[in-house]
Design a protein around this ligand. Structure first.
Ligand code: CAO
Length: 546
């Protein structure tokens, strides 16, 4: 066996290309012509095949490295026979046993006495720390701009932080490869916190004589000028690069140039289908994705919140108020629901004259002290009964629109106005509640919501929502269905209206109801029946007390 060095083949006039993928690891046995590296220039992605069969002894480059024609990339152990075949036509110096030689790809073969890839450069791991963020403390991580394994240039964005006041990008302190992050989305960080590790090349820190084929020096001096905290010197480039992950681009299989393009165009690569070798995403895939998206209707694209960046101060004085998280999340959810659900609102009026007589009369004497029952409690009870009679209102459409998931549990969400924005606590097991239970529980949940005491799961699992503006006023409104639910009931203020009873106009207390529904799931006639049924229940409370 002898060692042979594989070099980058002729790149056709391109000066430098980036190693974007290493498809072998030390110890692998490779076939002749098997892909060992993938290189990427601004214009193209190219695969480097093994010039001969053999075993990978060392990998001399890392993902992110820039290489040129002739750069040694891999050392292979090959049988003498293979070597002889490969070097047949080449004038070479006599080989030492086991001494590696360079092999151009596909046929350029040179012999050399030693491999000396580590003579000037050393790979070290450094901690990535949060830099000075203007005195802000405990700032939330809202986005990672790179994935572990990706190459990054110095000053390129590593991750994005968001405080109450601003969004800021944490730049990479060095060019290198991100090894790992020790933080997650949602974590809060401050200046100096360690957030991850990266591998960087330190060319000035090794003091090692060139052209010596001795083991790399692991007691590397750390450059005191370097303002990074150098936690550990891992290994020299010839030793350690074999441990670079084979596919280093995180969940998405794409090179840095493609990622850069995606970032520029605002494309989420997870959504892009790769057409390159082994489904790698290439630039053309990103461009095709953008073209398809541009052809789609604007509403379907717009899942985020689109405001205006116009400078209104040129027209007059303005004040800019930051939106809190609740309002931002609500806005996103509303945009999503409104733009994805074809919704219609059915209006009706319930005659609650008798209900109000009962609520304000005999019911009061039956209530425990401190318990207040507003018309909303009756509406909630009526809703559960209507959902039981019309199950499709208590359902969700599956993702591809091929099935309806009918829920056999009833969790009513009640929209609550709070100083921080709209919250929707959920009354679990609503089918087991009485009118008084609804009154007590909705009051308790509303109080918790307003005091920020609502646990996150207290807002989850709703199957139908009621939004009451009856305490405020208004004749009707069109509430937005809260996806993945399929319907929502809006309740407006009850007022006396003249109602024809067949003989004369009679003053009746009429409660306006607005039922918005997902028209993919509910037909208009069903919605009209659902709303009518609610009105019947509310017009004669005896039905609800049964
Ligand atoms: N018609 C006439 N009066 C009504 C009424 C109606 N539909 N609904 C409530 N009222 C009366 C109540 O009886 C109460 O009167 P009294 O003070 O004389 O007893 C008064 O209005 C205030 O009621 P309330 O609003 O405090 O209580 P509620 O049970 O009706 O509602 C809650 C509770 C949490 C739903 C409500 O406080 C709230 O936050 N509503 C806003 C919801 C919202 O913002 N929805 C919009 C979402 S966007 O789709």
């Amino acid at each position: 066996m002898s060692q042979t060095q594989v070099t980058v083949p002729d790149l056709g006039g391109i000066d430098e290309v980036e190693v974007i993928e290493i498809t072998i690891k030390v110890g692998d046995t490779v076939e002749e012509e098997q892909e060992i590296l993938v290189l990427e220039s601004d214009k193209a992605t190219m695969e480097v095949p093994a010039p001969m069969a053999g075993k990978v002894a060392e990998i001399l480059v890392a993902v992110g490295d820039k290489v040129s024609s002739g750069t040694p990339v891999v050392v292979m152990e090959v049988s003498e026979k293979t070597t002889e075949q490969q070097v047949e036509a080449v004038q070479a110096e006599p080989e030492k046993a086991d001494a590696p030689k360079e092999v151009g790809v596909p046929n350029t073969v040179e012999a050399s006495e030693s491999i000396d890839a580590s003579e000037t450069e050393t790979e070290i791991e450094i901690e990535i720390k949060v830099p000075d963020i203007g005195g802000a403390n405990a700032v939330e991580i809202i986005e990672f701009s790179v994935q572990p394994g990706e190459a990054i240039d110095a000053e390129e964005s590593l991750l994005v932080l968001e405080s109450d006041k601003a969004t800021m990008e944490v730049p990479s302190p060095e060019s290198g490869i991100v090894i790992s992050f020790s933080v997650s989305i949602g974590d809060k960080v401050s200046e100096g916190d360690v957030i991850g590790q990266m591998r960087v090349t330190q060319s000035q820190v090794i003091d090692k004589p060139a052209a010596e084929n001795k083991p790399p020096d692991t007691s590397v001096a750390i450059n005191p000028q370097n303002d990074q905290v150098l936690t550990s010197v891992l290994r020299s480039s010839t030793q350690g690069l074999a441990e670079v992950p084979i596919v280093t681009s995180g969940k998405v299989h794409a090179g840095p140039a493609v990622r850069q393009l995606a970032r520029e165009l605002g494309v989420d690569l997870v959504q892009v289908t790769g057409s390159g070798p082994r489904s790698r995403i290439i630039k053309e895939d990103v461009q095709k994705f953008v073209k398809i998206k541009l052809k789609q209707p604007a509403a379907a694209q717009s899942m985020g919140v689109v405001g205006s960046d116009e400078d209104f101060s040129k027209f007059g004085p303005i004040e800019k108020l930051p939106l809190n998280k609740i309002k931002q999340v609500t806005a996103k959810n509303l945009v999503k629901s409104w733009s994805t659900i074809p919704q219609v609102t059915q209006f009706d009026e319930a005659d609650i004259t008798e209900l109000e007589k009962y609520r304000k009369g005999s019911m009061v004497s039956m209530l425990d002290e401190g318990v207040k029952v507003s018309p909303l409690a009756f509406v909630l009870k009526a809703c559960v009964m209507a959902l039981q009679k019309f199950p499709q209102f208590n359902s969700s459409l599956n993702l591809d629109g091929t099935a309806l998931v009918i829920k056999q549990y009833y969790n009513l969400g009640v929209a609550v106005e709070t100083p921080d924005g709209l919250l929707v606590p959920v009354i679990k097991h609503s089918d087991s509640k009485s009118i008084v239970d609804f009154a007590k529980e909705s009051a308790e949940l509303a109080a918790k919501a307003r005091n920020k005491k609502l646990p996150i799961d207290g807002m989850m699992g709703g199957t139908f929502t009621v939004s009451s503006l009856g305490g405020i006023g208004g004749t009707a409104f069109t509430p937005i269905v809260a996806a993945p639910q399929v319907a929502i009931l809006g309740v407006s203020k009850a007022t006396y209206k003249p109602v024809w009873n067949g003989l004369e106009f009679e003053p009746r207390l009429m409660l306006p109801l607005s039922l918005s529904y997902d028209h993919r799931v509910v037909d208009g006639a069903e919605a009209a029946r659902f709303a009518r049924y609610l009105c019947q229940l509310l017009s004669d409370t005896r039905h609800m007390l049964l």
